[in-house]
Design a protein around this ligand. Structure first.
Ligand code: GRF
Length: 218
């Protein structure tokens, strides 16, 4: 499979971002767009948490927001029907999970096959799921990091786009390690999305193979 390459003169590709919390990765995307490092437009920010800080960041940046209160909506199907309606209106090239803390329904993943990208704070396949930084510390690894991956039906199990490693120090706390990893997240997430949007690639088995250098001219 391969993603369409953006030829010169094509419209700026659109993203829809989904976030549940503080939204620092979402902010990193906004900053990268502002700086010209990420050539994309964010059409909407969707959250399952009406009080998420990410929503405030979106409002500040003039990005349309859609807060669907997961707990107030009768069932998962009804919730995702609303999310899908919003995504389908926007027609994004990629759906970006920036700290979206729910497991997506299989039908949703299938519908947007290989168009959903996630950031996870571990070097996958180690430590999927919640509290990845705590899992890494408790396991005693010396190298931790983060992974950008395309989303499949499993938990943090899809094809890997990019990874970055950080050291783990003897006196690390979960917070210190998480902060060190987060710095790398903020670097590789926008860069990976830029690459996915503007570089031809194919997915062979579990591997994402980029076929050419970025088409970026500058
Ligand atoms: C990040 O550590 C990300 O890797 C994980 O959830 C956290 C979200 O942080 N998926 P933020 O909301 O982007 O600040």
């Amino acid at each position: 499979m391969s993603a369409p390459a953006e030829a010169g003169g094509s419209p700026t590709p659109r993203l829809v971002v989904m976030a549940s919390g503080r939204g620092s990765n979402f902010q990193a995307l906004l900053d990268a767009i502002e700086a010209g490092r990420l050539r994309a437009t964010i059409g909407a920010l969707i959250s399952d948490q009406p009080e998420a800080l990410a929503l405030e960041r979106a409002r500040d940046a003039g990005v349309p927001t859609h807060a669907f209160d997961y707990r107030a909506i009768a069932d998962r199907e009804a919730f995702y029907a609303q999310v899908e309606a919003c995504i389908d209106r926007e027609q994004p090239q990629l759906i970006v999970l920036a700290g979206y803390m729910r497991i997506l329904p299989e039908a949703f993943v299938r519908k947007y096959r290989w168009r959903i990208v996630n950031i996870h704070p571990s070097l996958l396949p180690a430590f999927p799921g919640l509290h990845a930084q705590r899992q890494a510390l408790e396991y005693g690894v010396r190298i931790a990091g983060c992974t950008v991956h395309l989303v499949d039906e499993g938990v943090d199990s899809g094809p890997i786009v990019e990874q970055a490693a950080v050291p783990v120090y003897d006196d690390d706390t979960e917070e210190r390690l998480a902060a060190r990893i987060l710095e790398e997240e903020h670097r590789i997430f926008p860069d990976s999305i830029e690459r996915l949007l503007h570089t031809r690639y194919e997915i062979v088995g579990r591997r994402v193979r980029f076929l050419s250098a970025s088409l970026r001219k500058d």
